[in-house]
Design a protein around this ligand. Structure first.
Ligand code: C2E
Ligand code: CA
Ligand code: CA
Length: 756
């Protein structure tokens, strides 16, 4: 055989093998069928090739038959593939049946060299090679009929699909159909001219399979993609324009045509000018700009497109409408920064606007941050209703607004009854004098005088955050109240020192606990009937290395704001448990000691469980441990308060209501709360003549407490007359400077020795 034939065979085998792998990789049933068809086609080719080169007559006959048998299987798998390809499922029984027919035909073919049922063999000389061919007998018609039946079925399936499918996909099936027809033509041609030529039709099985592979897996309906692209372009809400490399318009969607007139769209130059863009030579990459077109806001994206070699091909413009987004952002910003009631800035808005004001004004004038607080705003709301309260706020806001015309300033309502202003310092006096007592008609024929208090601070360093000054103005405002309701207070250096001290204390608290700077003092409590010490209250102190002994009044409120109070309380509870054990073992003191529990503890930790653990740890009788809780402190979380008090009592602790009668405490508390002792502030009973109304109230209250099986301790007993008063109201126990100040532990033991 000539070399070229070898080469053709080798190339075909390699290509087919390549496509077999590719097809198998698709991992689909359709792919598998096509791959098996290709494998069979390859075997046809190999059998035919061996027939031509092997020389042995018996083997030549066998390979001649094998080529025909593999043709069967190639057709069988092609049929299965085409069925899948056109979307028809062949039933299992049908598949089995056709497989049986093919097996039967294959057996006939393979055994033919022995039995010659289908034909006998002849040897022909084809292009210098000898090869065996079959001279068909009548029975061979079985094989031919089978092959043509299968081919006809495939053609019917394809034609049916070509007719039924959409025009976009017709080409896909048409390609497969074309390959099929070509296969038949070539095959028939070689069948008829068998004497003259090598049967190259075998090669076409592989060729057809490759076309099938392309139709099934690589075909893309270009026309459809294009139309869909156009559909998308016309229906997305962005306007889009494409230009070719010369800058002439290729395409503009409907949105673009609605937005920009045709004479501008027509060339890229015009559009560049219209959008007031840079020189186009400068624009090598994507460019984004925001433009207002026909009173809408657009994000315009310009994108030049280059090929792999960097040659400029085309460009696109996309106009994305951001008007809605911008308007929404504006609205959200407004909601976040404005107070809807007074139409002035809220706290956030005030800080934002004031910062901008300071950053943009280059006046050298000194500025002041001032807070105007409505005196007793809650009272106005309570007395006249929130509507009246709203009216007051609106009127004050209007007055502030009017100052806009007089001098540059920013104002806003920064808290419920508070306005903040940033204004030139020279106008502070004017505001104070005109806005301290404001007569107002608040509706429903109510004319009231609204009092404002002003706290202010000079902005010494404009670069500091305004929140820094706001805090200070707030502190100054608070001082108005402390100093007997004076209308205006300026933040001073002395207040600054206080702030610094607070900050110092906060920064040192953790180390202080470790350095054991906290310690306790005990204030004796005297049984008024027996005149002996019957208890003591543990009070914490801080022995600061530089500031000396600091009283709890200074650091406890501070530590309540950051939760550190719980650490202090735990420390005190442990110390007290330890000293109860130590004192009683030494026989110095066998009475109870009370500890304080902060409102913060109630809401953040399980006080009862922790105290129980401490008592167990030191093995002391639980009733020696008294627990003082200020009832009014827990107005917001009454449930937690009641739960804690009940839990403590159920574990055997003695629960005392501290500071009863001060602040907001009420008789209701006595009904709701589970307690064993009430601590009444002496202030409550002081200077009450026996026949006075107040006196009647106090004595009925003390009666009531006694009837509830509770004891009364009077605290703040400073004088002999206080003692008398306490006795008059049947108080059981007294505590106060009259007997003793809080004492160090050793002094306390001395005191006990003298008063037992
Ligand atoms: P409190 O629980 O009402 O404690 C009584 C306060 O009254 C103590 O002030 C005490 O020194 C003071 N005092 C005693 N007798 C008299 C008197 O005759 N006249 C006057 N005017 N005052 C008297 P102190 O030690 O400054 O404690 C202040 C507050 O700090 C306590 O008030 C309590 O609420 C809190 N506190 C003290 N120690 C602790 C503690 O360990 N934990 C917690 N959470 N709070 C504590
Ligand atoms: Ca107390
Ligand atoms: Ca108290």
């Amino acid at each position: 055989m000539v070399l070229s034939v070898y080469v053709v065979f080798a190339v075909i085998i390699l290509i087919t093998a390549f496509f077999i792998v590719k097809t198998l990789r698709t991992k689909t049933r359709m792919g598998n069928m096509l791959a098996y068809a290709m494998v069979s086609g390859l075997l046809v080719l190999v059998s035919f090739f061996l027939n031509c080169v092997i020389g042995d007559e018996m083997l030549m006959m066998e390979f001649c038959s094998l080529a025909a048998a593999f043709t069967d299987w190639s057709l069988y798998f092609l049929l299965m593939f085409i069925a899948e390809f056109v979307g028809r499922r062949i039933k299992r029984e049908m598949r089995l049946f056709s497989a049986c027919v093919f097996i039967f035909d294959s057996v006939l073919l393979i055994t033919n060299p022995i039995n010659n049922f289908l034909g006998r063999y002849e040897y022909v000389e084809l292009e210098h090679v000898k090869c065996s061919v079959m001279v068909q007998k009548e029975l061979f018609v079985i094989h031919i009929a089978l092959c043509y039946c299968v081919v006809a079925t495939m053609i019917i399936l394809l034609v049916d699909k070509i007719i039924k499918t959409s025009r976009y996909y017709r080409l896909k099936y048409f390609l497969a159909f074309g390959a099929m027809v070509l296969l038949i033509v070539v095959d028939t041609y070689y069948k008829l001219s068998i004497e003259n030529d090598i049967d190259y039709s075998k090669v076409f099985y592989s060729f057809a399979a490759i076309v099938f592979y392309y139709s099934a897996y690589s075909f893309s309906p270009r026309q459809l993609t294009k139309s869909l692209q156009e559909y998308v372009n016309d229906n997305i809400s962005d306007a889009m324009i494409m230009y070719d490399n010369e800058g002439s318009v290729l395409r503009a969607n409907q949105m673009a045509r609605n937005l920009i007139s045709e004479d501008i769209i027509v060339t890229k130059d015009n559009l560049f000018k219209y959008l007031d863009l840079f020189d186009e030579d400068d624009s090598e990459g994507e460019v984004k700009v925001r433009r207002e077109i026909a009173s809408y806001l657009y994000d315009v994206t310009y994108n030049p497109i280059y090929d792999r070699h960097g040659t400029y091909l085309a460009s696109t413009f996309i106009f994305h409408d951001v008007t809605q987004v911008e308007r929404r952002l504006e609205r959200e910003h407004e909601i976040a920064t404005m107070d809807p009631l007074t139409r002035s800035f809220n706290r956030t808005g005030f800080f934002e606007a004031a910062r901008e004001f300071l950053d943009t004004s280059d006046s050298d004038a000194g500025y002041t941050l001032m807070i105007n607080g409505i005196n007793n705003f809650k009272g106005i709301n309570g007395l006249y209703g929130t509507k009246a309260g709203d009216t007051v706020l609106i009127k004050i806001s209007r007055m502030l607004h009017d100052y806009h015309h007089e001098f540059p300033m920013i104002y806003g309502r920064t808290a419920e009854g508070k306005f903040a202003m940033l204004l030139p310092t020279e106008y502070v006096d004017e505001i104070v004098s005109s806005m301290t007592t404001i007569p107002m008609d608040i509706g429903n024929d109510n004319h009231i005088h609204v009092d404002l208090r002003h706290g202010f601070v000079l902005l010494e360093d404009r670069s500091k955050p305004l929140e820094y000054y706001y805090e200070r103005a707030l502190l100054a405002l608070a001082r108005c109240k402390n100093r007997g309701q004076i209308p205006v207070v300026e933040f001073t250096a002395e207040m600054q020192e206080e702030i610094e001290q607070r900050e110092l204390l906060l920064s040192e608290m953790h180390d202080a606990i470790e350095r054991k700077e906290f310690f306790i003092e005990l204030q004796p409590q005297i049984d008024l009937n027996k005149n002996v010490v019957c208890g003591a209250e543990a009070l914490v102190r801080w022995n600061h290395p530089t500031l000396g002994k600091i009283s709890p009044g200074e650091f406890i409120p501070l530590f309540e704001t950051n939760g550190f109070i719980t650490e202090i309380d735990r420390f005190v509870w442990n110390e007290v448990a330890e000293l109860i054990k130590r004192f009683s073992e030494a026989g110095y003191y066998n009475g109870p000691v009370s500890v304080n529990v902060s409102q913060v503890d109630i809401t953040t930790i399980d006080v009862a469980r922790e105290l129980e653990a401490i008592v167990n740890k030191y093995e002391i009788p639980v009733n020696r441990f008294h627990v003082e809780i200020t009832e009014s402190a827990c107005v917001d979380n009454r449930d937690a308060l009641i739960r804690t008090m009940s839990a403590l009592r159920s574990k055997g602790f003695i629960v005392e209501i501290d500071d009863f009668g001060s602040g907001y405490s009420s008789l209701n508390a006595l009904v709701d709360l589970p307690f064993d002792v009430v601590k009444l502030d002496m202030m409550f009973m002081r200077d009450k003549a026996p026949d006075e109304k107040g006196s009647v109230i106090v004595s009925s209250m003390t009666d009531m407490i006694h009837k509830l099986n509770a004891k009364i301790i009077a605290e703040g007993v400073e004088t002999g007359s206080n003692v008398e008063t306490a006795r008059k109201f049947n108080v059981d126990v007294a505590q106060g400077y009259h007997y003793s100040r809080p004492l160090s532990l050793t002094d306390f033991l001395d005191y006990v020795k003298q008063h037992c």
